[in-house]
Ligand binder design. Structure first.
Ligand SMILES: Nc1ncnc2c1ncn2[C@@H]1O[C@H](COP(=O)(O)OP(=O)(O)O)[C@@H](O)[C@H]1O
Ligand SMILES: [Mg+2]
Length: 257
């Protein structure tokens, strides 16, 4: 298992009161899975993702990544894992405005101590992958929203992370641009990367293999989706259907309408 969350809770103190943003959430994510977390605004999706992304700690419960308990990890180890095995994509792109598209993509590799020549080659390769080779020297404010999001995805892929976490990656885009981003996620997933995408958009969620639905901090449903893309990938579909975790859970593979 790539991710195992056991009875995770996260509460915030707000003046005198306590907000329980995430309540008793348990689930796991296997290598190669494309998981969507959905639910209304305020249901705890971003808080849960901050925990998965080692940006925040749960108040209680266990969180393991690659079989390792993260509870006792030092801040340095957590930062190292974030840089090496996680890639983040945010709704608002979070590109650095004074760096070019290529320099933004190179940044995680700089942090990881990759040599300049290697960084450059890899950044150009990633620019090609997201279809923005000719935008390499552009600054973020010279790019459209869809282009900035594609640069942000290229940046998230820079260190070849095992797990990509995306929080509302298509939230700021029109449906056509959003669909392009989702095509890209599906392609990345087919190439073997695990993806967790947060969305409140059903159309986005239906691109995933599996949907976790949240409400008031709780996971209220854990549903398998057999997308056409996924049905075509029979080996992957079979591994899901055969997976012992599914037995006895009442989870039914659902065919698309
Ligand atoms: N840093 C924080 N301090 C206090 N309350 C927070 C904080 N982050 C989130 N919350 C609260 O936790 C709940 C869940 O928020 P969030 O995880 O952002 O939900 P979602 O991403 O589903 O919209 C909300 O009620 C929100 O106001
Ligand atoms: Mg959110």
């Amino acid at each position: 298992m790539l991710i195992e969350a056991e009875n995770i809770c996260r509460s915030y103190r707000n003046g005198g009161s306590r907000i329980e943003a995430v309540k008793d959430c348990s689930f796991s994510v296997r290598e190669g899975e494309f998981l969507a977390i959905t639910g209304p605004s305020g249901s705890g999706k971003s808080t849960l993702m901050s925990i998965l992304g080692l940006l925040e700690r749960q108040t209680s419960g266990k969180f393991r990544i690659g079989g390792q308990d993260t509870g006792h990890m030092s801040a340095d180890i957590r930062a190292g894992l974030r840089n090496q095995i996680l890639g983040f994509v945010f709704q608002s792109y979070n590109l650095l405005p004074r760096l070019t598209a290529q320099e933004n993509i190179e940044l995680p590799m700089t942090y990881a101590g990759v040599r300049a020549a290697t960084r450059r080659t890899r950044a150009v390769e990633l620019l090609r992958k997201v279809g923005l080779e000719e935008r390499q020297a552009h600054f973020p404010n010279q790019l459209s929203g869809g282009e900035q999001q594609r640069i942000a995805i290229a940046r998230a892929l820079a260190n070849s992370p095992q797990l990509i976490l995306a929080d509302e990656p298509t939230g700021a885009l029109d449906s056509e641009k959003g669909a392009q981003i989702l095509d890209l996620f599906q392609e990345i997933n087919k190439a073997g990367r695990t993806i967790v995408v947060i969305t409140h958009d059903e159309d986005v969620a239906c691109r995933a293999d599996r949907i976790l639905r949240m409400k008031d901090g709780c996971i209220i449903e854990d549903e398998l989706v057999l997308t056409p893309h996924y049905q075509a990938d029979t080996a992957k579909a079979a591994s899901f259907v055969r997976h012992p975790e599914l037995r006895g859970t009442g989870l039914q593979p659902r065919r698309p309408e």
